[in-house]
Design a binder for this molecule. Sequence first.
Ligand SMILES: NC(=O)c1ccc[n+]([C@@H]2O[C@H](COP(=O)([O-])OP(=O)(O)OC[C@H]3O[C@@H](n4cnc5c(N)ncnc54)[C@H](O)[C@@H]3O)[C@@H](O)[C@H]2O)c1
Length: 701
Amino acid sequence: MSNVVSYQVVDNIGVISVNNPPVNALAQVVRAGILEAVTAAQNDATDALVLRCEGRTFIAGADITEFGKPPQGPGLPEVLGAIENSTKPVIAAIHGTALGGGFEVSLACHYRCAIASAKVGLPEVKLGLLPGAGGTQRVPRIAGVKVALDMITSGNPIGAEKAKALNLIDEVVGGDDVQAGAIAYAKELVASGAPLKRIRDITIDPATVEPGFFDAARKQLAARARGQIAPDRIVSCIEAAVGQPMDAGLDRERELFMELVSSPESAAMRHIFFAERQAAKIKDLPRDTPLREVKKVAVIGGGTMGGGIAMCFANVGIKVVMVEINDEALARGLGIIEKNYAITMKKGKLTEAQVAQCMGAISGTTDYGDLADVDLVIEAVFENLELKKEIFAKLDAVCKPGAILASNTSYQDIDAIAAATKRPQDVLGMHFFSPANVMKLLEVVRGEKTADDALATAMAIGKKIGKVCALSRVCYGFIGNRMLGGYGRESQMLLLDGCTPAQVDSALEGFGMAMGPLAMGDLAGLDVGYKAREGRTDLPNDPKLYRMGTVLVEMDRFGQKTGAGFYKYDPATRARMNDPEIEALIKSEAAALGVEQREVSEQEILERCLYPLINEGALILEEGIAQRPSDIDVVYVFGYAFPAPKGGPMHYADHVGLKNVYDKICEFRDRYGEDYWKPAPLLEKLAKEGKTFAQWGAEQE
Ligand SMILES: NC(=O)c1ccc[n+]([C@@H]2O[C@H](COP(=O)([O-])OP(=O)(O)OC[C@H]3O[C@@H](n4cnc5c(N)ncnc54)[C@H](O)[C@@H]3O)[C@@H](O)[C@H]2O)c1
């Protein structure tokens, strides 16, 4: 027997144990070991077989390091066939999580039992794939098409009790010892003469499926697909499970799985999966960099961001104190948090007791003197450098030595803020995204003098509060907001050129962005950009630049908060509506500026908005602001809702071809001038060498 799969007999029950740490992934040795054990056990004297795992979990999925490599036998279908055709019952004994191929292995068993804390799931859709080892065929056969559809298109895991109620598993065994529970259950099955239940023998009667069920499901999924194709293919697989023999369904599943595996969408989603893990690693920081202890946190400012940031810490049981300028502002800040928790509770995501616990972790003060014992401070006051410097000088005076002093600033210079203290080594940026308790990204900004352990601690604490962290050096807007400059600019220039706001936004929403750039401006408040531009001296002196945004602010149309911006908003539902008045205004502004309006293609809208992201991303890489191209992709997917099936701007650029991107940027430069379109030297170099950002990134590791 292989050393990762072992076999022993306990009370006439053959126990097959998988031991492939950390998560018992279905590597070739595991597949081979299970196959060998099941085959050999057919001829021994046992009454039944239990398949279980050592360590913290049942088989948690495929071995993703095998992706893209030539397959090595035995394949999973062969292993599942051996289990299914066993002449004695095989019982899966689940603890931890049975995910993907792991759950599919259990579905080939005749019975499944689990301890109460276990979960089962088919998360393949999250990598743009579908369960390719019978999951789409067996789940609908035991749990019905509706459950199968929800489970497989969401990819979310299901707890043992619920899984039993849905018939996904047969038994929840008591206690924590899954092996003992499973052996007892196996003996019961043997004693009662339980049959060899093969899921493949079940036929789903088409009459049990509502007419139009699959079409309705497809429509519903398409509405939120944002460029994903896997959900649609999953529907097709489940449809193939209805009324057909198992093997026909398996053929369909295989065919569509192969399509997805080689699709750009899945490649992009797998890229993001690895990029997220890679982003957590800081290249020049030793692995054993010590971490500072963070038990208590202070948040300065209880506005839009401060409240959400405080919730992030309270949610994981870290004490937070919120500091505001006066009692009224403090009460308002704490009140918003309370309201947010009430909403979460209503949605059933937290219980009343959990909310009470979170609220109990949050306190408030107006006295900086109360910050003497905090380990980490996150400043989230108004975006004003002088104010921030003043606050950091105050923090320097009251905080204990070694406390990490972070700013949530979107644009200000972290080094200038650090220079306001006598401990610049403890100062860094922790840039959250709005709403801070929801958005996954945290940009950790490394100042010139930030100490290694302060930086490592910020990354670790970010992970602890459930964020995806990406490292940025100091520059105006850091990685994400700096790149956004050209994106916002072009979205407005396109209006003067002849697009309506809806045309611009729907092109980008069609690409998969959660919200188009103009609608996004309306949401964030057009006054915010207006004020930010007032202070800038580096922008070209061009009346066309941000013309429409400026005109709208001067008309007091700030966006959603005033009920109107690029669009009108329904006061009751907040639904956005096209505004003919604005469409006419755009025309007259264009005429006044001497811009000749024309038909602009959707393709041009995409290129003009997306290519500036790529070009700025290339500059950011050359300057060493971002560590690697994939970090930029992580920033965009998790912080700016860039569609994961496109993989982030740098991955997307590789997909389009850097030469194509470069040529187009040169064309725009010739048309609109160097102020706006100047190809980044790195982009030019890679385009000419025929390389990708991914290749360049790998060379730099
Ligand atoms: N709003 C966003 O989408 C967003 C996203 C990322 C980062 N940021 C950054 O976060 C910071 C805060 O932004 P916001 O949108 O939450 O602002 P906000 O105006 O909603 O809140 C700022 C809060 O700070 C308080 N405050 C001001 N001076 C203070 C002081 N001396 N001590 C304590 N509290 C004080 C104010 O009373 C106010 O409640 C800014 O630097 C901003 O650039 C904002």
